[in-house]
Design a protein. Structure first.
Length: 282
């Protein structure tokens, strides 16, 4: 760690979780992409850190930060889990501002001693060190959307610019976004039903924006736009998006995000269907 305020290496074994980053913005930008509720659950294993945010038990967002992204990442237990105020964590991570002067960055050291202890952040920029202690809480039970590959019915991978254009063109006064995925035409269709009437946007399977197309059956489901809107934060940062549905119409949007150092991270949103639409009802 590039500053002396960080805990001494000799005390490393006392920490259930310890991690360091040369640039705290890599972490704060990912966390902002899932910041639509005040609190989040952090889950750390040897493979990395997952930060989960839920809304009304019908939507879940996960930011995945692989261990390789950190300069140091150590978990002394099989897994470490705690609940924390995401708003406070972001305020601390950006205590030196959201942008740095050219050639400078905010270095971060993060330590957690275990159940009942606060999460400690040591931040340094330009020789100035700030220490933050954030109280942790008992984690809530999280939803399990069970999105293993065997449950996925339809999946496409789209360049993110295609979805960004769609959200810009469709009528967001609509209460729902209707998604149709099909092995036949229209292949992939997004529809809204707003004040200006119905709007449809189709993507053929051979579109330049389409990177992969694996649809096994025709599915049409509606999702509350109010639940999907927070995911546009991740969409804005991403280069590709994987869109998957299971047999019940649950939706997974997985955004691939490349940080300024070229490292890859993922943010995933899960959403319950608002309404199942049969072909007869269209």
């Amino acid at each position: 760690m590039p500053f002396s305020a960080a805990p001494a290496a000799s005390g490393e074994e006392r920490y259930a979780l310890s991690a360091s980053l040369d640039n705290a913005r890599h972490l704060s930008s990912l966390l902002r992409a899932v910041h639509f509720q005040d609190h989040a659950t952090c889950f750390a294993t040897a493979s990395g850190l997952r930060v989960t945010v839920e809304d009304a038990k019908c939507m879940q967002a996960n930011a995945f930060i692989q261990a390789e992204i950190f300069q140091e990442f150590s978990v002394q237990e099989e897994s470490v889990m705690f609940r924390i105020s995401l708003s406070v964590l972001l305020d601390c991570l950006t205590i030196f501002g959201t942008t740095s002067l050219p050639g400078t960055s905010t270095a971060l050291r993060m330590c957690y001693r275990g159940y009942g202890y606060p999460l400690m952040l040591f931040l340094e920029e330009g020789g100035v060190v700030t220490v933050c202690k954030i109280n942790t809480q008992e984690p809530d039970e999280l939803l399990d959307f069970d999105f293993c590959s065997t449950n996925v019915v339809n999946k496409i991978i789209l360049q993110s610019e295609g979805l960004r254009e769609a959200f810009a063109e469709l009528d967001m006064t609509s209460e729902v976004l209707q998604i149709t995925m099909s092995p036949d035409k229209p292949y992939f269709r997004l529809s809204t039903f707003g004040n200006a009437g119905s709007a449809h946007l189709d993507y053929p399977r051979d579109s330049d924006l389409m990177e992969a197309f694996h649809c096994n059956q025709t599915q049409t489901n509606r999702y509350k736009i109010s639940l999907l809107k927070p995911s546009t934060k991740a969409l804005a940062l991403s280069c590709k998006v994987s869109i998957r549905t299971d047999a019940q119409g649950f939706l997974s949007l997985q955004y691939m995000i490349r940080n300024e150092d070229g490292q890859i991270c993922f943010v995933e949103y899960y959403c319950c269907p608002d309404e199942n639409i049969t072909e007869a009802g269209l």
